[in-house]
Design a protein. Sequence first.
Length: 397
Amino acid sequence: MNNLNILADKNGFFGNYGGQFIEQDLKDELQKIEKAFFEIIKDKTFQNELDYLMKNFVGRPSPIYFAKNLSKKLGNEIYLKREDLNHTGAHKINHCLGEALLAKKMGKTKVIGETGAGQHGLALATASALLGLQCDIYMGEVDIKKAKSNVDKMRLLGANIIAVSDGTKSLKEAVDAALAAYKKDFNNSFYAIGSVVGPHPFPTIVEYFQTRIGIEANKQMKEQYNGLPNYVIACVGGGSNAIGIFNGFVNEKEVQLIGVEPLGKSEKIGENAASIKYGKDGILHGFKCKVLQDEFGNIQDAYSVACGLDYPGIGPKHCHLNEEKLAKYETIGDSEAISAFYELSKTEGIIPALESSHAIAYAIKLSSQVQNKKILVNLSGRGDKDVDFIMENYPLC
Ligand SMILES: *Cc1c(COP(=O)(O)O)cnc(C)c1O
């Protein structure tokens, strides 16, 4: 798999973004990880093991489904890359398996991670159970209550859940706590980050394992659907599912790549999580990116109805793709995402994750501007986890 189209420079930057804003002892460890990663991905045994697990444990390649009913309604051909069909229900298992395998090859006995809605935690706990690694998951107290069924599953899989009670008691604080724990124990443990964020080389590692989505999708569109799409659309939290599918098309000049950020309730800082649109350059969790902040540079809370998208920053490569105009970034609010959640469920019999519903909603919006185009949407996950929440808060009328 030769798949990193744009590599970070030797200091870990994509253009102006990324890098390593961390203490020296951690820098030394991350340099070891970087070296091990580039060696291991060249190793045939590692690739064979990964390929075997991707196929037989995760169920890859995930299919591309032509959404006939929705296409008819919208006047465009809508194709869905079915990451919702993966084991554990989302794309996150792709990088978790990769990270856990890498940790194991490096001789680590434990993985440390954080989780918001519990999706990354669940995928990491699953990979850890499979590979016999200890798994510590840091999670905000508020999120623990909200995502009870994922918490139960993680415990069942043998993970330790560590409740975080600082600040807003949610994702940002969970990352802070997980990073602090990792700094104390990096000799034995591996920090399995949940997206293409964090200090170099973490964004590169996660990107590499998610690029499988794009490589498959490019091939599938050509072989099954008469050629490339005009548009590729994906939701963006930290940006891992988006970068994964974008990488399959980044060299195809005629394909327009669109990342969809959550506009939440409004344009006001604190009521959305659209870091590219409303963020300013800053440092978050050891890397430089567009961050939601006030005029004094204090990092602000992110909000979206989709918990998996509410992160105040975004992966450095997305900041770079945006600056170089290699991809476009648009926004979709809570209410449009919820409508799309209902629309896909009713027209196609597929209940999408609220995160992925943002990408579907943008495909619907785009259809008021263009017609007879091929639109490929990355359906990053399934909506089972969201059904209770939707029924309680936005019930069918
Ligand atoms: C976590 C999650 C996301 C957001 O993460 P990215 O790194 O931006 O992909 C999107 N969709 C689903 C289903 C998720 O679980």
